[in-house]
Ligand binder design. Structure first.
Ligand code: PEP
Ligand code: MG
Length: 296
């Protein structure tokens, strides 16, 4: 089986009836890129940039971040690299952020909420990402979005960052901007959000947590954490349809994307991309190539 999977390298992610989908990989740092390439992923669908912050003793500098993003972009040699901006707080605590202890951190001060509050941290990261964009094909996505207003604020900050780079004569490319759909609020207003961005990537880990009101970290609830819950599946379909109406491409970067029992369902829903751990790429490719959407 393992040898057969190796033979799928270089092959397309295409069903028997000719439906194609992009298969990208999730990574946590620069050192994961070798594994992404070894498994022939089409790109990086989720670069969890918070690991740069978690590994660091203090706020990572613009230079340190630029170096990391540039290395990943260069090593991917033109393939898309979607960098998710800082998603700290909740389950990912970093000492030097001095975050207050919260009753309910999953619903607390985290991710984009911190970035839109402590905008200097956010601007440093965005500046590093835009500088790196010149060296490959970078896209940016934002976690934990709940409103159109957040996206508008993000765009204002990006405009400031770009103006700063222009003033300094530093080159950058235009990058695709996307958001993670990982709150029920974002699902329900995905028609409006779609007008503001280029793509959606569904974070099914958090989306399931918030939809079912089940803490994803609480092992006591594992038996009722139903990742195939009809409520979640309906949301996925709604997001694809709302995204496509406005010309957004739509993917999944949560763990559910690698669930082979749902690959056919995702293809039928019309997903454009699945981003999974590097070790799952060839298995999902195999699944896709053995699927025929023209039957039943
Ligand atoms: C998710 O919530 O599904 C996701 C991909 O992000 P993270 O697991 O990093 O919260
Ligand atoms: Mg998440």
């Amino acid at each position: 089986k393992k040898r057969l999977l190796q033979e799928l390298k270089g092959k397309e992610n295409i069903t028997k009836d000719g439906t194609k989908i992009n298969l990208y990989a999730n990574i946590g740092g620069v050192s994961d890129v070798a594994n992404v390439l070894a498994n022939d992923a089409g790109g990086i669908g989720l670069f969890r940039s918070e690991f740069l912050y978690l590994e660091s003793e203090d706020y990572p500098t613009e230079e340190a971040q630029f170096a990391a993003y540039k290395t990943v972009a260069e090593n991917m040699a033109g393939k898309k690299v979607i960098i998710r901006t800082l998603d700290i707080g909740a389950d990912k605590q970093v000492g030097y952020f001095d975050l207050e202890k919260e009753e309910n951190p999953a619903m607390g001060y985290r991710a984009i909420r911190i970035c839109l509050d402590r905008t200097e941290i956010f601007k440093t990261q965005l500046r590093a990402i835009y500088r790196a964009s010149y060296y490959g094909t970078i896209a940016i996505m934002f976690p934990m979005i709940i409103s159109v207003n957040e996206v508008k604020k993000i765009k204002e900050i990006i405009a400031e960052v770009k103006a700063g780079l222009d003033a300094d004569g530093i080159p950058y490319k235009d990058v695709e901007l996307g958001i993670m759909i990982e709150t029920p609020a974002a699902v329900m207003i995905s028609d409006l959000l779609a007008k503001e961005v280029d793509f959606f990537s569904i974070g099914t880990n958090d989306l399931t947590q918030y939809t079912l009101a089940i803490d994803r970290q609480n092992p006591k609830l594992d038996n009722i954490y139903d990742s195939h819950h009809e409520a979640v599946l309906r949301m996925l379909k709604m997001v694809v349809d709302n995204g496509h109406k406005e010309g957004c491409w739509v993917g999944i970067c949560g763990e559910l994307g690698a669930d082979e029992t749902l690959t056919e369902t995702f293809l039928r829903m019309g997903f454009d991309e699945l981003s999974v751990s590097p070790s799952m790429i060839l298995r999902i490719r195999d699944k896709i190539r053995n699927t025929d959407l023209s039957v039943k």
